[in-house]
Design a protein around this ligand. Structure first.
Ligand code: GDP
Length: 433
């Protein structure tokens, strides 16, 4: 999905605007200095167009000083977003901080929309006109808190989104979107080059697809796959920038744009915190996941033994369901095993269990192992349905609270019976007395 980045000084109301755009209260509202937000992107929808909204607020006010950090915020947005919204405060007017960001943004190739927030009245609208002075075209006067003018801003945002958004919405027959992620130097570029190099038919002319220069279309196992956001991998520019926050934004963006994630680890080195973070990111985003242990050519018996222990100890807490393939991007070893793993994972991710089948299964499971008592009573699970696919998400209607342990048990049983290898499975409980 295309990304809209919201940038601006602290306290201009960026998070309030993000909440207004996504139509719910999810973004952190206070601009607390130094707060790193774990969720930085949210999905928005307007006039039938889907997009991600990136709240760059967490980037604010690091030790390097305010001006530098907002300029960096703008840099990041210019490198990751499709549209940038610069937010100013109409009650304060133009500040030197605004000028600093505007200066950076004036040379942006990414379109920039200027929003002047906290404009709560018609009178205030006149004052907002001074923001023409930033040299960024017409300022949009609005009040994020009250909703005034935000519709116009959204119209403008949607009109400015690139066309690739249309191609990015999955339809049958369009290539499945793959994110190849992992920390630096695990061998992502090597794998991509191997895939592109060996399969000569790197398609740039597939019927009905528009080739986005940041993605790579690769033919594997008789099918075309879209590896998203690979421009950096091909050119290795992402490491030139090198900041971890930036790298993690990119990873996050790629995961969100993808249907399936190939998570690459260096099998010859110990599993790190950073690896685990990327794994959590993919699982939390609800994507199908294949774990590729690369550099298998360097793995000897001892390392293999250690790796098994690391997987048991660290990774199995985060996810147990992903396929694992041991490959060597350099020698080409077992690289072809990736495709069947990706295909079964996506089948699981797309799978739907009919409600009738699901409920007769549920009845049997509950009869054999009832949920634990709560307050002296047995919660009665009346009904289950699969609300969505991608990933499979189930809703249980119950007369009482169902403990996490029992939900995990149900997930295990679901997997045993229906097989959801390679995909996360979500179980939500609705309690109704
Ligand atoms: P990226 O940062 O994840 O894109 O990693 P690169 O593809 O640039 O690889 C980092 C280094 O690891 C390079 O020196 C590669 O030649 C090396 N490398 C990549 N894959 C393998 C592999 O399967 N085996 C070995 N021995 N080295 C590899």
């Amino acid at each position: 999905l295309p990304t809209v980045a919201i940038v601006g000084r602290p306290n201009v109301g960026k998070s309030t605007l993000v909440n207004r755009i996504i139509g719910r209260r999810e973004a952190v509202v206070e601009d607390v200095p130094g707060v790193t937000r774990d969720r930085i992107s949210y999905e928005g929808l307007w006039n039938g167009r889907r997009f991600m909204v990136q709240d760059t607020g967490g980037w604010e006010q690091d030790a390097k000083g305010l001006h530098r950090s907002i300029a960096q915020q703008a840099e990041i947005a210019m490198n990751t977003a499709d549209v940038i919204v610069l937010v100013g405060d109409g009650t304060v007017g133009i500040t030197s901080g605004d000028e600093t960001v505007a200066k950076t943004l004036r040379r942006s190739a990414t379109p920039v929309i200027l929003a002047v927030n906290k404009v709560d009245s018609e009178k205030a609208e006149l004052e907002a006109a001074e923001f023409w002075g930033l040299g960024l075209d017409e300022p949009f006067a609005l009040s994020a808190a009250h909703g005034r003018g935000t519709g116009d801003l959204l119209d403008k945002i949607v009109a400015t989104l690139p066309d690739r958004a249309k191609a990015a919405d999955t339809a049958e027959g369009t290539p499945r979107r793959v994110a190849l992620v992992g920390k630096p130097n695990v061998g992502k570029s090597s794998l991509l080059n191997k895939l592109v190099g060996e399969e000569r038919s790197v398609v740039d002319n597939v019927a009905g697809t528009t080739v986005d220069p940041v993605d790579s279309l690769v033919e594997l196992g008789g099918k075309v796959w879209r590896f998203v956001d690979t421009a950096g991998l091909r050119r290795k520019v992402n490491q030139a920038f090198g900041h971890e926050y930036y790298a993690s934004l990119r990873t996050k963006g790629a995961i969100e744009a993808a249907e399936i994630v190939i998570l690459m680890l260096d099998a010859s080195e110990p599993v790190t915190e950073q690896d685990l973070r990327v794994i959590s990111m993919a699982a939390d985003a609800g994507r199908a996941v294949v774990i590729a242990f690369n550099k298998w050519d360097l793995v000897d018996e001892d390392r293999r033994y250690m790796l098994d222990k690391e997987i048991d100890r660290e990774m199995s807490k985060i996810l147990t369901w992903a396929h694992r393939v041991n490959i060597s991007a350099q020698t080409g070893r077992a690289v072809q095993k990736l495709v069947p793993a990706m295909e079964t994972s996506l089948d699981s991710w797309d799978k739907r269990i009919p409600t009738g089948v699901l409920n007769s299964w549920l009845k049997d499971v509950i009869a054999a192992t009832p949920p634990p008592m709560r307050g002296g009573r047995l919660p009665r699970i009346r009904f289950a349905t699969q609300a969505t696919t991608r990933p499979p998400t189930f809703v249980l209607f119950s007369s009482g609270f169902i403990e996490a342990g029992y939900r995990r048990f149900l997930e295990r049983k679901l997997r045993e019976t229906f097989g959801f290898d390679g995909s996360p499975v979500r179980i939500n409980v609705r309690v109704k007395e």
